[in-house]
Design a protein around this ligand. Structure first.
Ligand SMILES: C[S@@+](CC[C@H](N)C(=O)[O-])C[C@H]1O[C@@H](n2cnc3c(N)ncnc32)[C@H](O)[C@@H]1O
Length: 311
């Protein structure tokens, strides 16, 4: 279904419209309702605003261990000790990604990096180190509390070649052809208009620029009802893309050299407790969801400009 602004109206899940934080994996979740993409942004802002405030007030929110003491299988242990040892503690505890895009992306000294949905800023700070003082790392986020946390983390880290921008990944506030590498960590799945996000990423990348993001994807068909519950567990408010669909959308946006590489594949056991609590017959549907959801590293490139034939 589309509204007059061509935004998708999709089904997503929330405990109640006022408090989307209650319930699911650490801090999100609830019952099924229909929402427009504007509503989804409101839910996402509220959820991540609260997550940021929990970090600044040293309350736990996301990435909590399960009741049997296991770490969150999605957000935990993404970074090596050598990467995070000199980062502010709040940048590390605010990490809500599902991968480590800066470890997998090629980032060269002097390049300009843009992180879509930069949260507490962990990947921006890591990128800034990689591109060095002549390079620049931008973080883009729409949630005021996350921006405040990220800017405070930048101040504590004493890093100058970083700027956190307020805005939406569907309308990137940067000029055409101005970025060498786009990174992102578990954010594009939150957008109700993924085509628009990919078109914007393409626009701001320089010819030859790289798209290098971590995101949650689905492999193959999963029954709709089960899919919704697993997405709720993962926190994909607007729905994860099927891996071939992701690649097709990137190709339609103009990208080439597209690769989707799984980095963590989720087992039934990872979600069993949550799904059972949500009333899903885990034994009956287990096979349908076991190893179907994964964190993946998605690479693509904007083609180099075509040279015009000599006239
Ligand atoms: C799952 S957290 C990931 C944060 C960060 N990338 C990390 O790895 O810790 C999602 C972040 O994306 C931001 N976000 C979600 N949808 C967005 C949108 N459409 N435009 C801008 N920011 C968005 C949220 O405010 C939140 O800070």
């Amino acid at each position: 279904m589309k509204d007059k602004n061509h935004e998708e109206t999709i089904r997503e899940e929330s405990a109640d419209p006022v408090s989307p934080i209650a319930g699911a994996r650490s801090c999100c979740g609830g019952t099924s309702v229909e929402r427009s993409s504007g509503d989804i942004k409101g839910v996402v802002k509220q959820k991540y605003g609260e997550a940021a405030l929990n970090v600044t007030s040293h309350r736990s929110c996301c990435g909590e261990p399960t009741s049997d003491g296991r770490s969150d299988p999605i957000t935990s242990n993404l970074y090596g000790d050598d990467e995070i040892s000199d980062l502010p503690m709040e940048a590390v505890t605010a990490s809500l990604g599902c991968g480590n895009p800066t470890a997998l992306a090629q980032l060269n000294p002097g390049e300009t990096i843009l992180d879509l949905g930069s949260g507490g800023g962990i990947d921006v700070l890591l990128s800034a180190k990689r591109v060095g003082p002549v390079g620049m790392a931008y973080g883009l986020d729409m949630t005021d509390e996350m921006l405040a946390l990220a800017r405070e983390n930048q101040r504590k880290a004493g890093v100058k070649n970083v700027e956190f921008l307020k805005g939406e990944i569907e309308n990137i506030p940067l000029p055409d052809n101005s970025v060498d590498v786009i990174i992102s960590n578990c954010v594009i799945n939150l957008s109700a208009d993924k085509d628009r996000v990919l078109a914007e990423a393409y626009r701001v990348l320089r010819p030859g620029g790289r798209f290098a993001v971590s995101d949650v994807v689905v492999r193959g068909d999963v029954p709709a009802e089960i899919r919704k519950s697993v997405e709720l567990w993962i926190g994909c408010v607007a729905g994860a893309l099927e891996e071939f669909e992701y690649a097709a959308k990137l190709a339609r946006a103009g990208f080439e050299s597209i690769e989707v590489e799984p980095t963590r594949i989720y087992k039934l056991e990872d979600a069993r407790e949550f799904l059972a609590a949500a009333g899903i017959d885990v034994e009956k549907f287990g096979r349908a969801l076991d190893r179907k959801f994964m964190s993946a590293f998605i690479r693509a490139r904007k083609p180099h400009q075509q040279t015009l034939p000599y006239l």
